[in-house]
Design a protein around this ligand. Structure first.
Ligand code: FES
Length: 190
């Protein structure tokens, strides 16, 4: 009776584990390279989309445009402030809004046309021109201003605010602005 010689050693011994770790198989290396390449291409393709989505956050939130106030001829012989409603368009992120704001066209101390915001610089009430008193009189806390918007009395901390103005093709145009209330110096907030 013959006995077979069964060996416990494999026919083709594998390499030691330490060697495997030091030299990863070529296939794994290529797979890693491909994955890294795909991730890089994905990131490059996603960049314009990310920029598009973040545009309202990264861009200037409020875009100002010029609004027509009226023909310059209309204001040539001004003797008192004239109230006008101007249409303003604002782009705030993705939102475009159109609204109307009151302003006053006046002649300043040098005889030049100026445009005043009708917002009281104290707490933001709307300022009416009171012809009988020859003053702007704030209905909220009785702040008063002279015909060119200079503070006369009351709690407002400064004169009425002028807005940027230009005359183009015979038309008075303004860039409507919002100002910080309650401070002595004019500061644009939007
Ligand atoms: S809001 Fe005009 S005086 Fe106070």
């Amino acid at each position: 009776m013959s006995t077979s010689n069964i060996s416990s050693k494999p026919a083709h011994p594998t390499k030691p584990d330490s060697e495997d770790l030091a030299n990863p198989p070529r296939r794994s290396f290529l797979a890693g390279l491909l994955a890294a390449g795909a991730a890089g291409v994905g990131a490059l393709l996603a960049l314009p989309v990310v920029k598009f989505v973040l545009h309202p956050v990264l861009a200037n939130t409020t875009e100002k445009s010029w609004s027509d106030v009226g023909s310059v001829d209309e204001f040539q012989s001004l003797t008192a402030p004239v109230k006008k409603l101007v249409q303003i368009e604002q782009l705030d992120g993705w939102r475009r809004t159109v609204s109307q704001k009151p302003v006053y066209v006046v002649r300043d101390s040098s005889g030049q046309i100026a445009v005043l915001s009708a917002v009281c610089p104290h707490l933001g009430c709307s300022l009416p021109w009171v012809e009988a008193k020859n003053e702007f009189i704030c209905p909220c806390h009785n702040g008063t201003f002279d015909p060119i918007g200079k503070l006369v009395s009351g709690p407002p901390p400064r004169n009425m605010d002028t807005v940027p103005m230009k005359v183009e093709d015979g038309v008075v145009k303004i860039q409507y602005e919002f100002f910080r209330p309650l401070i002595p110096n004019k500061e644009v907030v939007a």
